[in-house]
Write a protein that binds this ligand. Structure first.
Ligand code: NAD
Length: 486
């Protein structure tokens, strides 16, 4: 029997074994095979990484911004060269299909491209004359060591929301990736190091709660970027704030799509199938609920059912597969529990994802419920699986009121050709990322990832100019130039 590889932490430019005796198996969710083991590192491992990152900061912060940016340009080139390898790793450890994995790699690369603009993005402001002979200017500086805590569903893109910009701004970084998808991170640090990043600037400590708590408490870690579920994000935000740190916590979602009677139904159905069942519904921008105008509901649901049931399920590395597995057996069981709960609460099952699923791996087929109400658990909870709820409404006003009852407010979409309806939707919906006639309106790197309500805790979002503000602090210099004889 071949020995299963044990991952090591990356500290000071070296792969080092964790001090822990505890390792967790990492599975290929499409086959249930163990692909490696991840250390559940200790607070001592974190303390070592923090010490290293703190020392590295003293040098890195003084490297001229264009020189830092040049390393990011080289990193971007290396990522492009290794695009296919990275995509295959994502499919292996996460299960999403290869085409989605390629898309994820591309989105991550865009974050690196954005961060390479640091010389422009870090510019300050100035006013030549604020009083007689007095001028004011502000300058941006890095904050210190930044900690990043990431989820399983985007092993490349989500870490890339954090470390490229933090490092470009002159900070050093400690990443704690999800223990369920730790593999891709190895290649990210190796390629960044190959691009010329000095040792100690980017460190990785694998693990779970202990490392998260360590990041929250360690006085040398000045800011925390978190992406994950709502309960953990709330805990991270409260505890990090208690320790007087900057925290941004991007959390759960229950995204609604509204379909009006004038929408192009075929196009809408294509978009919604992809948004609800792509990446097995494990996207914070997945479509979880459709509110559809009653007059077209039967037609819409018939088309949706037909298209969903034609989806090919299987290993995301195989040709033509659209729907891969959910991440773990417990997620599969949890999803099946939700399907049973939906039935018990009185919703009607239009497509049953419990049927005809592969025997090995953690699969759930596309599942559609009609007749859902806002009193039901399947409407309220984030299921994070290929389960779609449909609510029939009389008009746009009722659709918006329904969506706004959710505690979450990440994304929302509207399908219509009516300009007045689009404006009404934009002005009244409680969500931070809106899509018009498209399914997954995840903003690109240049714009903030701007969830509202329980989908985000903090002030400054990930990405866009918000991220530059989050990873820098300012000095404002007010200077008097006394009159001299010139
Ligand atoms: P998760 O909350 O279980 O894990 C996220 C991170 O927190 C992981 O690194 C994990 O090790 C750590 N963690 C988990 N439980 C913890 C605990 N009790 N104490 C301390 N740390 C803990 O999330 P997940 O299942 O990996 O990812 C799915 C969730 O992430 C979904 O809710 C999804 O909506 C959300 N998500 C949100 C966004 C967004 O932009 N809003 C993006 C991607 C994913």
């Amino acid at each position: 029997m071949t020995e299963i590889r044990k991952l090591r932490n990356y500290i000071n430019g070296q792969w080092v074994a964790s001090k822990t005796a505890k390792y967790e198996d990492v599975y290929n969710p499409a086959t249930s095979e163990i692909i490696c083991q991840v250390p559940i590192s200790t607070k001592e491992d974190l303390a070592e990484a923090t010490q290293v990152a703190s020392t590295a900061f003293e040098k890195w912060k003084n490297i001229a911004v264009p020189r830092r940016a040049r390393i990011l340009f080289t990193f971007q080139q290396l990522l492009l060269q290794h695009k296919e390898e990275l995509a295959r790793l994502i499919t292996l450890e996460n299960g999403k299909n290869l085409s989605e994995a390629r898309g994820e790699v591309q989105r991550g690369i865009e974050n690196v491209e954005f961060a390479a603009g640091a010389p422009t993005l870090m510019m300050g402001d100035s006013l030549a004359s604020i009083a007689t002979d007095v001028e004011v200017a502000n300058y941006r500086y890095p904050i210190g060591v930044v900690g990043g805590i990431t989820p399983f569903n985007f092993p490349m893109m989500v870490p890339c929301w954090m470390f490229p910009m933090a490092i470009a701004c002159g900070n050093t970084f400690i990443l704690k990736p999800s223990e369920r998808t730790p593999l891709l991170t190895e290649r990210l640090v190796e390629l960044f190091s190959e691009a010329g990043l000095p040792a100690g600037v980017f460190n990785v400590v694998y693990g779970a709660h202990d490392i998260v708590n360590g990041i929250l408490e360690h006085p040398e870690i000045k800011a925390i970027s978190f992406v994950g579920s709502k309960p953990v994000g709330e805990y991270v935000y409260k505890t990090g704030s208690d320790h007087l740190k900057r925290v941004q916590a991007l959390t759960g979602a229950k995204n609604h799509s509204i379909v009006l009677k004038d929408a192009d139904l075929d196009d809408t159905v294509t978009n919604i199938v992809s948004a609800a069942f792509g990446s097995a519904g494990e996207r914070c921008m997945a479509c979880a609920v459709v509110t559809v105008e009653e007059s077209i509901a039967d037609d819409f649901i018939a088309k949706l059912k037909e298209k969903s049931e034609a989806i090919k399920i299987g290993n995301g590395l195989d040709d033509g597969v659209f729907l891969g597995p959910v991440i773990r057996e417990e997620n599969q069981k949890r999803t099946i529990d939700y399907i049973e709960k939906g039935l018990a609460e009185g919703a009607t099952l239009v497509s049953d994802g419990r049927q005809s699923i592969p025997e090995t791996g953690y699969f759930v087929g596309p599942t559609i419920f009609d007749g859902v109400t806002t009193e039901m658990t399947i409407w309220r909870d984030e299921i994070f699986a290929p389960v779609l709820s449909i609510i029939r409404v009389k008009d746009l006003k009722e659709a918006v009121e329904t969506a706004n009852k959710s505690e979450f407010a990440n994304g929302a979409c509207l399908f219509t050709n009516n300009a007045a309806a689009i404006r009404y939707f934009r002005e009244t919906i409680d969500a931070g990322m809106l899509g018009i006639n498209l399914g997954v309106p995840a903003p690109m790197a240049f714009f903030p990832f701007s969830g509202w309500k329980s989908s985000f805790y903090g002030t400054l979002h990930a990405n866009g100019k918000d991220s530059v503000d989050f990873y820098t602090r300012k000095k404002v210099v007010t200077a008097r130039y006394p009159k001299a004889t010139i």
